[in-house]
Design a protein around this ligand. Structure first.
Ligand code: HEC
Ligand code: HEC
Ligand code: HEC
Ligand code: HEC
Length: 149
């Protein structure tokens, strides 16, 4: 128990220090699905889920593309998955952490509504006719639009 607490504190400090995530900090959408089936089923229908599949085979191996068109190509996590918006899940996915909103946030969970959840990929350079409007875009990606009105 003590060891776990210490690890979590260490992870929190790492997160606060602004350490960037190693590839292995991603656990993959299937892990999230085990507790969040509705969000998973919704996400599966969005263009984000197909963001790698739409590329050509050569582009799928090109890190200059997969850095935005995959969650972690190095880990075989294709498509813009949960963790691309909600942060790498290694430290927050266990249930005892997930149930503690403060702790989950401290070890990397993003709500999805923060600018940082989108801006890394939706930059001024990404191909678009009109500039990316995050507020409007959020309406398209949130999982329960009707309920949250
Ligand atoms: C073992 C079960 C479990 C797993 C696995 C899990 N979660 Fe959760 N998650 C929860 C619980 C419990 C909550 C608390 C809120 C609730 O009861 O729905 C939660 C809450 C959340 C929230 C809402 C946080 C907030 O403050 O509104 C997000 C976002 C989230 N999880 C994303 C994820 C992502 C992304 C993954 C995969 C990396 C994941 N979860 C894996 C159980 C889980
Ligand atoms: C900085 C992040 C980023 C990088 C790097 C990037 N893309 Fe994208 N790409 C995006 C985003 C974001 C969109 C969606 C634009 C929108 O609709 O707002 C997009 C859209 C696309 C689309 C259009 C998808 C569609 O059908 O709607 C294609 C094709 C594409 N990118 C190919 C590539 C290729 C090939 C590379 C590598 C050479 C690449 N991208 C690199 C972020 C990126
Ligand atoms: C493109 C970004 C994006 C992706 C990808 C994404 N989410 Fe979310 N998620 C959001 C946003 C934004 C919210 C906040 C919605 C709101 O407050 O209305 C959210 C909210 C949530 C919540 C809180 C409860 C709810 O339904 O609003 C959970 C749980 C969650 N996401 C889980 C997941 C899981 C699991 C996946 C992958 C299967 C996933 N998300 C993929 C952006 C994303
Ligand atoms: C890891 C990079 C990445 C992140 C993070 C990301 N996106 Fe995207 N997004 C993409 C790519 C790539 C596409 C193009 C997908 C395709 O069409 O193949 C895209 C497409 C979209 C689209 C166009 C498809 C549609 O439904 O109209 C919207 C809207 C969008 N993203 C909103 C968001 C929002 C809002 C966030 C933050 C909550 C976000 N994205 C976070 C990479 C990302």
């Amino acid at each position: 128990m003590h060891g776990t607490t210490r690890r979590l504190v260490a992870a929190a400090l790492l997160a606060l220090a602004g350490g960037t995530a190693a590839a292995s900090d991603y656990v993959g959408a299937r892990r999230c699905k085990s507790c969040h089936v509705a969000e998973y089923e919704h996400w599966k229908q969005t263009p984000h889920a197909q963001a790698t599949a739409r590329l050509t085979e050569a582009q799928r191996r090109d890190r200059r593309c997969t850095v935005c068109h995959a969650t972690s190509a190095e880990d075989g996590l294709y498509g813009v998955q949960c963790e691309s918006c909600h942060g790498p899940g290694r430290h927050y996915w266990p249930e005892n952490v997930m149930k503690d909103a403060e702790l989950a946030k401290a070890v990397g969970l993003l709500q999805g509504t923060e600018p940082a959840a989108c801006d890394r990929c939706h930059t001024a350079e990404t191909p678009r006719v009109t500039p990316f409007d995050r507020k409007k875009a959020l309406e398209k990606v949130r999982h329960r639009p009707a309920e949250k009105g």
